[in-house]
Design a binder for this molecule. Structure first.
Ligand code: HEC
Length: 105
């Protein structure tokens, strides 16, 4: 039991350290948002959708050399013709970007 507590504490410290070193969103939260908002049109996991979707698979977007956190942020904050314009809070956009970039690894 106490071991579990220590693990949680260590994890918390780790996450806190990460947040200050690299304040660009939380991939886990981004994944939840992507499931809720994006999965209708995009394959959002590492596994390709198989079935054709309206939008590109996130893994393919992540692997493109031209994709950077900045380019994704710009895309998500600009107007699209074929994709709905989401009104994202800054941290939501950062979480989504962090999630998409995490697929690349
Ligand atoms: C109603 C369908 C739909 C939904 C919902 C949707 N998208 Fe898209 N998305 C598209 C389509 C279609 C494209 C291709 C648009 C284009 O190339 O103009 C696209 C393209 C993209 C791209 C690729 C841009 C590029 O550089 O090629 C990204 C990144 C993206 N969407 C992110 C998201 C995120 C994040 C969400 C959820 C918050 C989301 N999409 C929800 C339809 C959708």
């Amino acid at each position: 039991m106490s071991r579990l507590v220590w693990l949680l504490v260590a994890f918390g410290v780790m996450m806190a350290g990460q947040a200050s070193a690299q304040p660009i969103g939380d991939p886990a939260a981004g994944r939840r948002l992507a499931e809720a908002w994006c999965s209708e049109c995009h394959a959002i996991t590492r596994t390709p959708s198989g079935a054709p979707r309206q939008g590109p698979d996130f893994i393919d977007v992540a692997r493109r050399p031209s994709t950077t956190p900045l380019s994704l942020n710009v895309f998500l904050r600009s107007n699209h013709d074929n994709m709905p314009n989401f009104i994202l809070q800054r941290d939501e956009a950062d979480d989504l970007v962090a999630y998409i970039m995490s697929l690349k690894e």
